[in-house]
Ligand binder design. Structure first.
Ligand code: HEM
Length: 447
């Protein structure tokens, strides 16, 4: 690669705040044009922070997989520590390694299989009251549903038992979305203003979770859920378990990381399917062929090949985690540049997943591309909805199982008609959300 001067690889910017204005106005549009016009390595400046925006899959792989030790999590995640504490998503170094090793077995494939039946039974009871002709906000519905699933699998609790937890979580998420301008502009050592509302929400959350942990410790019984497994988890080296603070941080991390992203995957997938009757017909056919009148089971997942391709394609077009950031803790040579200590490396699933170099008709919803071999030659990091390397999403199998089973189940039972005035505008906050309510009218499916 030829060396180019930094000016050539940077879009025009304001002297004072750099690219904050253009980025904040339209993050996805700004990043897409930046990559198109200035190439795979673009030099951005947010306030005083140099941020290298990378769109070459090989360089993304270098950062996430080979040189991951030269980087820490980006400012966004660092700033969410008041909420996540030192959980898996935010911790670094030895703390992360230890917690990673303790928690990893909980997400092994066989273990995840065992949650599948619970996912389906929650979906069955959640959708039971749905009647033909009723209009729902699909994202609201999938969020309530995935919240139930995560509450069942984590705490073996019904959402109603823990209203305080879900309410506080929703408030905390909204507060964090509002603090995004601080997140991108100020260096991570400047504390994020935690509003009184968020502080109150976090306190409520802490009280509920501590109460739950203490009652479980006192009970000492295995409930067969994640919390039981976390309570029983021991470090191989020193046989120590987790203290209450660690447990709180990990439970909250899994709870928050584990439901909204999957809810978005399902909502975007259902929106895409509602616009593509042929895809819908094939999904329904597959459900009939694989499990017919009975409920889908975890073991059916392997046979739900087309449904899995639909989920993969939805994750490509609407990746719930639409960007990943890392801060260099030492200088790192990347292509023809040096990412200096303190610089940020930033890349976007939204941009790479829609890059015509890797996907023909990149903006089109074509689930078959996952089955016909047409993208088989793509570089590994042309698709990374779950990140990659040692810090890859721990819940990816959980999420995929959940998305495939729930999508198949819902479409086998119902048809969803998207409101004709729905505009698929995007709200890229922490996750990639629809700007407007995704209203869909339910119709029972003729058997
Ligand atoms: C479609 C759904 C999901 C998507 C798109 C997603 C995406 C991601 C991404 C991109 C990362 C890496 C972030 C980074 O590198 O900075 C991540 C990390 C993580 N995710 Fe997910 N996730 C999903 C579902 C889940 C679920 C269901 C769980 C748990 C029940 C989960 C738990 C985690 C955890 C614990 C990490 C941190 C792993 C570590 O750093 O060791 N995620 N996720």
């Amino acid at each position: 690669m030829q060396h180019r001067s930094d000016e050539l690889r940077a879009p025009p910017s304001s002297l004072l705040i750099g690219h904050v204005g253009s980025f904040s106005r339209d993050p996805l549009g700004f990043l897409t044009s930046a990559a198109k016009d200035y190439g795979d390595i673009v030099r951005l400046r947010f306030g005083g922070r140099i941020t290298w925006f990378i769109s070459d899959p090989a360089l993304i792989q270098q950062i996430l997989v080979h040189d991951w030790r030269s980087f820490e999590k980006g400012t966004g995640l660092k700033r969410s520590k008041p909420l996540f504490g030192n959980g898996l998503l935010t911790s670094e170094g030895d703390t992360w390694r230890r917690q990673h090793n303790l928690i990893m077995p909980i997400f092994h494939r066989e273990r995840v299989e065992s949650y599948g039946a619970m996912m389906v039974s929650e979906t069955e009871s959640y959708t039971e009251p749905w009647r033909a002709g009723v209009t729902i906000d699909m994202l609201e519905a999938t969020t309530s549903l995935t919240l139930r699933v995560v509450m069942r699998t984590l705490f073996n609790a019904a959402v109603d038992d823990s209203g305080a937890i879900s309410e506080a979580v929703e408030c905390a998420q909204a507060e964090f979305a509002r603090s995004i301008p601080y997140i991108i502009m100020l260096p991570s050592w400047v504390p994020t203003p935690v509003t009184p509302r968020l502080r109150r929400a976090i306190t409520r959350l802490d009280v509920s979770i501590q109460r739950l942990i203490e009652s479980r410790r006192a009970e000492g019984r295995d409930h067969g859920d994640l919390l039981s497994l976390l309570l029983a988890a021991h470090d191989d080296d020193n046989q120590q378990g987790m203290n209450n603070k660690q447990l709180r941080d990990e439970l909250l991390t899994l709870f928050l990381a584990g439901h909204e992203t999957t809810a978005l995957t399902l909502a975007w997938a259902l929106m895409l399917v509602s616009q593509n009757p042929e895809v819908e017909a094939r999904l329904v056919d597959e459900a009939k062929r694989v499990y017919g009148e009975r409920l889908p089971q975890p073991a059916d997942r392997a046979a739900l090949v087309y449904t899995a391709a639909v989920v993969q394609e939805a994750l490509r077009l609407y990746p719930p985690a639409w960007s990943v950031g890392r801060e260099a803790i030492e200088d790192c040579e990347l292509g023809d540049i040096t990412v200096k200590r303190g610089n940020v490396a930033f890349f976007s699933q939204w941009v790479v997943h829609r890059d015509p170099r890797w996907y023909s008709d990149a903006d089109k919803f074509i689930p078959d591309r996952w089955l016909d071999g047409s993208i088989a030659g793509n570089p590994r990091f042309a698709y990374f909805p779950f990140g990659g390397g040692p810090r890859v999403c721990m819940g990816s199998q959980f999420a995929l199982m959940e998305a495939v089973l729930i999508l198949s189940f819902m479409l086998a039972r119902f048809r969803f008609e998207l409101a004709s005035d729905f505009v698929p505008a995007l709200y890229p906050a922490i996750t990639l959300r629809p700007l407007h309510p995704m209203r869909m009218t339910i119709t029972a499916r003729n058997k």
